[in-house]
Ligand binder design. Structure first.
Ligand code: ATP
Length: 512
């Protein structure tokens, strides 16, 4: 569907009703026509069609004379004016630009958003698709490669090609616009890194502008990275996440993206469920189990490590992510998270594990390790970000791009207490101050009763569970089963692998 294009006539200079409301405005472009300037206001209309969200890009043009006489338009230009195309959106011989539409993210709105908003928006700033989905392209100015994902491997394959290409064309930069949730970012990070690992020299590391730059349009479910990066962005009015994402795309600045590494013991396997028919082709490292009721197959592949940008967890969090993805629960649709949570809260399993944490100075020197006194746990979660969802603030001290890994943990408690702690996290992250009294059954393992919250550089989690059901960890949504007695090590990654586009205010904060 083409973009709705209107040519509003402001008429009465005081009449602001004809303008898009400022919450909807993405940007104001000042274009030079043959005789006079033209102001083009681009805004996002969000509505509903057939019970589903729908999006339209609205383009309203005004002459310079109209703008001069109209304070409302002047204000919009002051607030959202874009002078020329930002450098990251200038494809040419030295920069390739890619748009990835992750069709299965969130409620599957990415393709509609691309067609109705992104394509016309890019066209309005002079960019069109080259018709290619490959990372290469010929460096044609003003054109971008478009990848519409076909399967779960699409983003990963793209990132591997990108790493290959970055090696062969060292001075070419890449901007990747990602219409996805956290999964798309993590697929990019792991596949790009696995291909580029071992090819870095210290010179490459120093030159962070050679790292691919990603711009995230939050079309996933949790969008933890996006919400955490934009948490501190303040404006005169609240705007929708997608308007904010589009503003960052056009007016944001690039910054290195902090990440962590999770290393797994030998014998660890990722657990996924898919309808893939030809599972044998994934090699000797895979085992599969058919599920008779749903036709989904469990696939397990040996793995040594993963990189993440959002969360590494063991206990209630990883269990919830894993069990709600199993065929038994998938058939229940969106209800399944609540169903699994209820069951897990009823069961209140206490995970047997040894947890050791290391702290370090800002320059990375270790300043001490300690073992948590308890050996049973409900919740162990390491994260470099503040929010796992827009309103679920798991780590209130985290600031965008601060690069600090933080650990949230608590011991064996009953379901009601776990629920209370989770609700406090939804209440602005108040859970980190929660304490509960006495050396009751809840605190029987010796640790003081309360939610633990610490800055760490590394956490080592050794599971002592015999039953494989209780040995699942979660790295940014990927489930890994670790063997009995195995130890997962999650550490702050000093090297940066990707850059991310952030609001200007955040970029300033992170460099000051
Ligand atoms: N056509 C497709 N078929 C199968 N998998 C796909 C397809 N397109 C994208 N994917 C994969 O689906 C996953 C979507 O994850 P993503 O994180 O973007 O959405 P989400 O899980 O809804 O959001 P969040 O992680 O923010 O909660 C990605 O790993 C992506 O590679």
């Amino acid at each position: 569907m083409p973009a709705e294009s209107t040519s509003d006539q402001p008429g009465d200079p005081q009449d602001v009703t004809k303008f898009p409301s400022s919450e909807e405005v993405i940007c104001v472009l000042k274009k030079q026509a043959s005789t006079k300037d033209v102001y083009e206001v681009l805004s996002l209309n969000q509505g509903e069609q057939d019970g589903k969200p729908s999006f339209t890009l609205r383009q309203s043009s005004y002459t310079g004379a109209e703008a001069d006489e109209n304070p409302a338009l002047q204000q919009l230009y002051n607030d959202f004016g874009v002078e020329g195309r930002p450098v990251h959106l200038q494809p040419g011989p030295q920069r390739r630009m890619h748009v990835i539409v992750s069709t299965h993210s969130g409620t599957k709105l990415s393709l509609q958003f691309y067609n109705n908003v992104i394509a016309p928006l890019l066209e309005a700033i002079g960019l069109t698709t080259s018709g290619e989905s490959k990372t290469g392209g010929n460096g044609k100015p003003d054109s971008y490669n478009l990848l519409i994902t076909q399967d779960a491997e699409s983003v990963k394959n793209f990132a591997r090609d990108l790493a290959d290409q970055s090696r062969s064309e060292k001075n070419v930069e890449h901007t990747v616009v990602l219409l996805s949730g956290d999964g798309g970012v993590v697929d990019m990070l792991n596949s790009y890194t696995s291909t580029s690992d071992g090819h870095h020299t210290s010179g490459d590391d120093a030159k962070s502008q050679s790292l691919p730059l990603i711009a995230v349009l939050p079309l996933g479910t949790g969008n933890a990275l996006f919400h955490s990066l934009h948490k501190t962005v303040k404006g005169p009015t609240a705007v929708s996440d997608l308007v904010q994402g589009l503003r960052t795309l056009l007016r944001g600045k690039a910054a290195p993206l902090p990440s962590f590494k999770a290393a797994f013991p030998e014998g660890s396997r990722t657990i996924t469920y898919s309808k893939t028919a030809d599972v044998a082709s994934s090699g000797n490292d895979s085992t599969t189990t058919a599920d008779s009721t749903t036709n989904l197959k469990e696939q397990a592949e040996y793995i040594t490590h993963l990189y993440g940008v959002v969360v590494a967890s063991y206990g209630f969090h990883s269990q919830l992510v894993w069990e709600s993805d199993t065929p038994a629960y998938r058939q229940h649709g969106a209800k399944r998270f609540q169903m699994v949570a209820q069951e897990l809260l009823k069961e209140s399993h206490a995970y047997r594990a040894t947890v050791e944490i290391t702290r370090s100075t800002a320059t990375g020197e270790a300043i001490g390790s300690e073992k948590l006194a308890r050996d049973r746990h409900t919740y162990i979660l390491a994260t470099p970000v503040s929010n796992l969802e827009k309103t679920f603030c798991i780590s209130p001290a985290s600031r965008p791009l601060d690069g600090q890994l933080r650990l949230v943990h608590f011991g064996p408690v009953d379901g009601a207490k776990t629920m209370e702690i989770m609700m406090a996290a939804y209440d602005g992250g108040k859970h980190v101050h929660m304490r509960w009294g006495g050396n009751t059954a809840q605190g029987q393992d010796g640790e003081g009763d309360g939610v633990g919250y610490e800055d760490i550089s590394e956490v080592r989690i050794t599971t002592h569970e015999e039953d494989a059901r209780w040995r699942k960890v979660c790295i940014d949504g990927t489930i890994v089963e670790i063997p009995a007695g195995g130890c997962m090590v999650v550490s702050k990654e000093i090297r940066r692998h990707l850059r991310v586009l952030v609001d200007e205010s955040v970029a300033h904060d992170s460099t000051s």
